[in-house]
Design a binder for this molecule. Structure first.
Ligand SMILES: CSC[C@H]1O[C@H](OP(=O)(O)O)[C@H](O)[C@@H]1O
Length: 378
């Protein structure tokens, strides 16, 4: 998985809670371009950066969730195509392996596709198929996607904050979130967590309740880490405790991210999202999904068509390498589940809010992309 070295994040990112974490960055040292990833599997205990010098190292980092989260996967995929092109590797082969590293987040294949299309267009357009110019085009497209996602994150925070003001007038609300949706999944401050951060900065957020999010604990390890850096009031809970929190009246809204949103508005997100939607409906609490339009896949009709990544059983039967179940225990470990549009109060995108969630309302906010925009080699 590339070279590893432990870093202490620069003071301006550790000391300044408003400085987003450096989840991913492109660097061009003398020995050749690299993609530097903050290894999310080592957080919160260690801040280790992975230096990816080739695509197999990046694919392994994606599969192992060293880099994760739908929008950031798209950005990483695009930089991966650029890395292959600049270093003279087989670009088509790199694109295929990157796009299929994880199946559910549509952003990954979308980011790969964008950089690949820029590379191919430059190759076809430049005199004599100049690979250097084509590589520069792929890198420029990756940088453009990175910048777009940062802007989208800020826009979603604004739209989400406005929505909360309308749904929960007077502020002082308590929000429950699931998994991790902050700067560690984004070119900016994230998706759902960016809304919570904006609410905190505006003095509207009384508390963020953080689902630990078994089995990989993105909530405990990553969202709590980001919440602590921000200075907001937050409390960690086991996923099983969410029901009692609703029953006690301590959840005023649920805000989560998404990995793929089908054309009918159904949402694939970290496993455990669907039960929260059912609890929210039963307790008459708004259930809000925050995602950029790059996560909306108009080429997938409904949730039943979304491939749900099945992850290795050992993620469930082991914890920090120690068995938590008898040897040989089989485990059911879907990484995501599907929440139907009927249980979703609103979908917040960078282009505005969809509520109620209908196919037409969702399509109206999404720029038209090729059907099945995650088809890499289309
Ligand atoms: C807004 S993207 C964050 C999204 O990605 C997470 O999945 P994973 O940690 O497996 O990459 C989870 O579904 C989050 O909601």
């Amino acid at each position: 998985m590339g070279d590893q070295h432990v870093v202490t994040l620069a003071n301006d990112s550790k000391g300044n809670p408003d400085e987003p974490l450096p989840a991913l960055r492109w660097e061009e040292p003398p020995e050749g371009p690299v993609l530097v990833l903050l290894d999310q599997t080592r957080l919160p205990g260690e801040e280790v950066e992975l230096v990816c010098t080739d695509v197999p190292a990046l694919v392994e980092a994606i599969r192992g969730l060293a880099v994760r989260g739908a929008p950031l996967l798209g950005i990483a995929g695009a930089y991966g195509v650029a890395l292959a092109a600049v270093r003279g590797y087989d670009v088509d082969e790199a694109a295929e392996s990157l796009a299929h590293a994880r199946p559910t987040a549509v952003n990954l294949a979308y980011g790969v596709r964008r950089a690949l299309a820029a590379y191919r267009a430059a190759l076809a357009g430049s005199a004599g198929g100049d690979p250097e110019r084509a590589a520069s085009a792929a890198l420029a497209e990756a940088r453009s996607l990175h910048a777009e996602d940062k802007e989208a994150s800020a826009a979603m925070a604004r739209h989400g904050l406005q929505l909360l003001a309308e749904l929960l007038p007077g502020g002082g609300y308590q929000i429950l979130t699931h998994c991790n949706t902050g700067a560690l999944v984004s070119g900016g401050e994230g998706t759902a967590f960016a809304v919570a951060l904006a609410a905190h900065r505006q003095g509207q957020l009384r508390r963020l309740w953080v689902d630990e999010t078994r089995p990989l604990l993105q909530g405990a390890r990553l969202t709590a880490y980001e919440a602590a850096r921000s200075g907001m009031a937050y409390t960690l809970l086991t996923d099983n405790a969410a029901g009692s929190l609703f029953a006690a009246g301590n959840v005023h809204a649920v805000i989560i991210g998404a990995d793929r949103i089908a054309a009918d508005g159904s949402v694939a997100n970290k496993v455990g999202s669907y039960p929260l939607a059912v609890l929210a409906r039963y307790h008459n609490v708004p259930f809000i999904v925050v995602a950029p339009t790059t996560t909306v896949d108009q080429g997938t009709a409904d949730g039943s068509s979304i491939e749900i990544e099945q992850r290795p059983g050992h993620e469930v039967t082991e914890s920090t390498g120690n068995p938590v179940a008898p040897l040989g225990t089989q485990a059911y470990n879907p990484a995501f589940d599907i929440t139907p549009a009927a249980l979703i109060t609103a979908i917040v995108t960078e282009n505005g809010v969809v509520s109620p969630v209908t196919p037409d309302a969702l399509a109206a906010l999404c720029p038209s992309r090729a059907p099945g925009h995650d088809q890499v080699m289309g």
